[in-house]
Design a protein around this ligand. Structure first.
Ligand SMILES: Nc1ncnc2c1ncn2[C@@H]1O[C@H](COP(=O)(O)OP(=O)(O)O)[C@@H](O)[C@H]1O
Ligand SMILES: [Mg+2]
Length: 361
């Protein structure tokens, strides 16, 4: 029998989406073609410690704890297919052929883990360091979109160091009301508020600064929330678009995770053909503009049934069975198992491509 590829699934993590990540990882492991791939499960707990989670096949936990022996893991950098080693005891776990990071938000989706994997010389699924970092920083992301002529909500950026320059009247004059206030680098709608008056404005500014030293104030785009999945490296493809219909004032943390009926998914979205096509074309353009690779989900607002605004892009979207990213591919003819297979192959392809690059004269 041919040797199976060893796929390390990195999951859990320090973010607010820890539990979502566990669910995503569980579904990925279940869907993995076991004849071709051997999963190696690496959990990251809420403190950021890595450990091998052999037990997960049997009982999937609600949160990652260090395994019983308290053994944590590290990557050994600088070797081709760098082996994973246990710190305590130096027992080998590896080598692994490819890593699939299933981590959301800071310390997982933002280029930090990607940099670590790059240093360790291990192929990995999804965007590289730059695409991941750009996708995480809404300020940089929106500047690049603007530069590429892709419509996005007007915005202002404020830094904590110069927060005394934040003036409600000026913001109201430039962006109108309501407006949205959000931390630049986060996700899951954490720290995001819709603001209608001065009092809410002041509260929302304080709230956003709790999570980041850079925040955005955005004009409010009243419209439908449309999402589209992208897959590929140099020549990416886009899925059929889907729609999120939040039942709360906006697609807040509560609507996403706390209220089971917080939002409905419409797959595919009910859109005229020309708008669907525009969503797909814009998704691919956005993916390329933001230096993405492998996969991403591009999120839009559709205003007045005609104007598309790119809201953001997620480089590691949710992967639960009911998540938009895999669901949109299913609706477009790519099953969950095939999707995982393609993502792993894209990771290997990129690694091979980049290995051929000269690094000096
Ligand atoms: N400018 C805006 N206009 C209207 N709604 C917005 C705007 N910005 C954010 N929202 C609402 O807040 C939600 C979360 O904002 P988003 O920028 O996508 O942050 P996150 O990365 O946390 O998902 C969106 O899905 C949408 O419902
Ligand atoms: Mg979002």
């Amino acid at each position: 029998m041919k040797r199976r590829f060893r796929v390390a699934i990195l999951f859990g993590g320090k973010s607010a989406e820890h539990e979502i990540s566990l669910q995503s990882a569980k579904n990925i492991v279940e869907a993995l073609d076991k004849k071709k791939y051997q999963p190696i499960l690496i959990g990251i707990n809420k403190k950021g410690q890595w450990s091998l989670n052999e037990a997960l096949d049997k009982r999937w936990p609600k949160t990652i704890k260090l395994n019983k022996a308290g053994k944590s893991l590290a990557l050994a950098p600088g070797r081709k297919m760098g082996p994973l080693v246990r710190l305590s005891g130096q027992e080998r776990v590896g080598p692994v052929d490819v890593v699939f990071p299933v981590l959301h938000g800071p310390f997982g989706e933002d280029g930090t883990v990607q940099g670590l994997l790059k240093l360790a010389n291990i192929p990995f699924v999804g965007a590289g360091v730059l695409g991941s970092a750009v996708g995480m920083d809404k300020d940089v992301l929106k500047r690049l979109l603007r530069d590429a002529g892709i419509r996005t909500a007007k915005f202002l950026v404020f830094h904590r160091s110069s927060s005394d320059e934040i003036d409600f009247d000026n913001v109201q004059h430039q962006l109108g009301l309501p407006c949205f206030i959000k931390p630049a680098n986060l996700g899951s709608s954490v720290g995001i508020n819709k603001v209608k008056d001065r009092e809410q404005f002041e509260h929302a500014i304080r709230e956003a600064f709790k999570y980041d030293s850079k925040i955005l104030v955005e004009e409010y785009i009243q419209g439908r929330e449309i999402e589209c999945s992208v897959l590929g490296n140099d020549d990416p493809i886009a899925s059929l678009p889907g729609e999120i219909i939040p039942r709360h004032e906006f697609y807040s943390y509560e609507a996403k995770y706390l209220d089971e009926k917080g939002a409905a998914l419409q797959i595919p979205a009910k859109l005229p053909a020309h708008i669907s096509k525009e969503v797909q074309d814009l998704s691919i353009k956005t993916f390329k503009t933001l230096c993405c690779e492998g996969m991403a989900r591009v999120d839009f607002f559709l205003k007045d049934h005609k104007e598309l605004f790119v809201n953001e892009l997620n480089t590691i979207p949710g992967f639960t069975k009911i998540s938009m990213y895999p669901k949109l591919w299913e609706a477009s003819g790519i099953s969950y198992t095939e999707l995982i297979d393609r993502l792993i192959q894209l990771a290997l392809e990129r690694f091979k491509r980049d290995s051929k690059l000269k690094t000096s004269l």
